[in-house]
Design a protein around this ligand. Structure first.
Ligand SMILES: Nc1nc2c(c(=O)[nH]1)N[C@H]1C(S)=C(S)[C@@H](COP(=O)(O)OP(=O)(O)OC[C@H]3O[C@@H](n4cnc5c(N)ncnc54)[C@H](O)[C@@H]3O)O[C@H]1N2
Ligand code: MOO
Length: 390
């Protein structure tokens, strides 16, 4: 059995960053920017008023000063003349500040009669002008790689980047196996249960920007499994669930081998997740997850997510492990790294008393995985331990 670290390295070696494609800005949110992009303009392109009021000369601002209003500047409609001594231009938010003016008095501080305005007594020193290029300048770079969030999309739009270079979406086929499984919404027979892992994993991977295909459930026969594998063709990654252990009906490894899988490893010193396997099947990377629901989800987070991040051109790791104090005593750990479902309450880590790998209800209320190294000695409440957010 190899260590979690060795297994992660072997998984990451299965794939490389995917090709770049251009998508319309409207479809770029949630995608990973694959190449640096450069602003094609300056923002704002002119000194702009940040308030509704009057543009005039700063050196003339004093209580009760009188100005003649000689024109108007609105957003999208500049005033073409020059503001001279004793003159003001009516201006609105977003409008270019006219030549000659270097100050905008907000209209609340002004009394207007016809074409004349008089300044009030409480005008501060703020000019209410946004300088040209105050947000960004022509040629400014947005760096790749990065996951594009709504704010990034707005920035790219303002930079007039209509077509965005992003990493191609990894296509992931998810293949659940087992005679006992039916799809959610179907009516299980007495000996059957509802497939959950494929849906949890699909949600996990979709959230990362994968194009996930949940394949029909394969039955516990070599024929059914082979047929399901053919449906995965064209994917970048196939993730199988279940049938990974040593039982008579655990057929994933032998069938994959028959189809030409080059196995990278089988079995990892971790709990849950011992019977994990990985390798290459033709052009696809393959990860065989254990069937127990919590094992599948934990292995998804520990191995599949980093692989997808690598395919997307991102750092494989989202963040290093964090440290926090234990709320309770814990016995020594055994020869497998233990990824315990735990809750972080008032800064303290509470591992759930029930750690069986079938318990989705425990996983669903956990907010962290407490990570115990191989052969970690007994720990007492208050000791610092490592964890990762879920
Ligand atoms: N003699 C041994 N038995 C087992 C060992 C072992 O080392 N020696 N390892 C155990 C460990 S650890 C795990 S984990 C499981 C993994 O088994 P499989 O990957 O072969 O998974 P299955 O047997 O197919 O299923 C296990 C369990 O999970 C349920 N399951 C499967 N797929 C789904 C799904 N898509 N959605 C929901 N639930 C699913 C399945 O019904 C079983 O209850 O093996 C141990 N055995
Ligand atoms: O992967 Mo198994 O969950 O260690 O019980």
């Amino acid at each position: 059995m190899i260590s979690v670290e060795e297994a992660r390295a072997a998984v990451l070696a299965l794939a490389s960053p995917l090709a770049v494609e251009y998508v319309p800005l409207r479809h770029a949110a949630g995608r990973v920017l694959a190449q640096d992009v450069v602003a094609t303009r300056t923002q704002p392109p002119f000194a702009a008023s940040s308030m509704d009021g009057y543009a005039l000369r700063r050196d003339e601002v004093e209580p009760d000063a009188l100005f003649k209003v000689i024109g108007e500047a609105a957003a999208g409609h500049r005033f073409d003349g020059i503001v001279k001594a004793g003159q003001a231009v009516r201006i609105f938010t977003g409008a270019p500040v006219p030549e000659g003016a270097d100050f905008v008095v907000i209209q609340e501080d002004v009394t207007r009669r016809g074409d004349l305005i008089t300044l009030g007594h409480n005008i501060g020193g703020k000019d209410n002008i946004r300088p040209a290029g105050g947000d960004f300048k022509l040629g400014q770079t947005v760096s790749a790689p990065q996951l594009l969030r709504p704010a990034d999309i707005a920035l790219l739009a303002a930079m007039n980047i209509a077509s965005v270079p992003v990493a191609r979406k990894p296509v992931v086929a998810i293949l659940a196996t087992g005679d006992e499984l039916v799809q959610p919404g179907e009516t299980p027979q007495a000996d059957q249960i509802v497939a959950s892992n494929s849906f949890g994993l699909a949600a996990m991977l979709d959230g990362l920007g994968a194009e996930t295909r949940v394949l029909p459930i394969a039955r516990d026969t070599a024929g059914s499994l082979k047929q399901a594998f053919t449906l995965a063709q064209g994917a970048d990654l196939i993730v199988t669930i279940g049938g990974a252990s040593v039982g008579d009906h655990d057929l994933v490894a032998p069938v994959a081998a028959e189809l030409g899988m080059e196995q990278s490893f089988y079995k990892v010193a971790m709990r849950p997740g011992k019977p994990l396997m990985a390798g290459r099947l033709g052009k696809m990377a393959m990860i065989g997850l254990p069937g127990n629901p919590v094992s599948a989800m934990v292995c998804g987070a520990v191995f599949v997510v980093p692989l997808l991040r690598k395919m997307l051109g991102l750092e494989a790791d989202t963040a290093p492990l964090l440290s926090g104090p234990l709320a309770v005593d814990m016995p020594a750990n055994g020869p497998r790294a233990h990824y315990m479902r735990a809750r972080l309450i008032n800064g303290k880590l509470h591992p759930d008393t029930r750690q069986d790998s079938s318990l989705l209800s425990v996983l669903a209320v956990a907010d962290v995985l407490l990570v115990r190294p191989v052969n970690d000695p007994a720990r007492t409440a208050g000791e610092m331990v490592r964890y990762t957010p879920l």
